[in-house]
Ligand binder design. Sequence first.
Ligand code: SER
Length: 406
Amino acid sequence: MKSSEIKSKFISFFESKGHKAMLGSSLVPKDPTVLLTLAGMLQFKPVFLGQEKPPYRRVTTVQKCIRMVDVERVGKTPRHHTFFEMLGNFSFGDYFKKEAVQFAWELLTREFKLPVTRLKIAVFEKDDEAYDIWRKDIGLPAEIIFRLDEENNFWSAGPTGPCGPCSEIYYDLGEEFGCGKGDCGPGCDCDRFLEIWNLVFIQYNRDESGQLLPLKQKGIDTGMGLERIASVLQGKSDNFETDLFVPLIRKIMAISTAGESDPSARIIADHARAVTHLIADGVFPDNTGRGYVLRRLIRRAVRHGKMIGIKGPFLVDLSSTVIAQMEEAYPALREKSALIAATLKEEEDNFMATLDNGMKLFGELQEAHKADKKITGEEAFRLHDTFGFPIDLTIELADESGMKVD
Ligand code: SER
């Protein structure tokens, strides 16, 4: 099933259950507490909090998201990204846990026809209600329902705001993908159990002091990662092998020495999607805030391009592939294509002009600090100020060679 079909199947399934299909929001959120849109629920935060009237009681969206928490894992695992699309269904004071679980199960097992034997469930350890719904209403055996702790199964968009216990649905890729540890199961950090869908039972507002205040109206916020469900439905064990990434990876392979599972090629493909969408949504490279995220991603991509032998600028060309692939779903990409190209070109040219010299300096620092394995603040500043290395890049480089940055 092509990823575009997965999206439309998801949306039409929820439309058939009385949901209104709404547009996802910009990557630049209205919400001042987060830098970038990191989940489908973000545009509905005021609705969950009862500050705004729900547009509809039941809503479904496809939301483009950026999360920087996993940036260092991108390309090294089959399932992490900075930019991804999240398929979601929402209830604002309408249905709650039982229907949310029933809808998810029906879509996965009847529409997407996933084999039940591959699915595993996690619930928050104190959430007996959710446990009982899976056990009694859906009729699943106890062995496949796992009770996990707050870190795994309690979701919030940030330190404050709407939140609640959640239930996750995992796809078991099989023992060969596992870490082999005795306690390997859903929630394990290895690649065996792929979390495909998170159902959040929004019932609290966490205030500034960290207290959980019950919300007047409970709600549902779910998110299924398109890249992950696409890998499952396309019979791949790796998101980068899906139709969402193959055209980009092929293009990168054609201009580099990389093979198809080279982490650098994957990092570039991931970052190309992120930076194209960020610029389309009005972000410009900068030294702070969202602009810094964009700058960091562009410069990371350029450095990885160098590592796999790409000669000359390449990001503009890759962004045109992203645009061609995604413009139907995101028409702003085409409208902003000239701006995207100009912004990428300028940033890439600037960084390329200093990258070689910066890397030379970094090599010298490696030599000089063989014993103490520590780059001084002054040296990190010089890499930033003279050669345009964002501090995170210096830290990454240091990390790769077992060094620290003061
Ligand atoms: N907000 C939840 C998440 O991001 C579910 O959509 O996982």
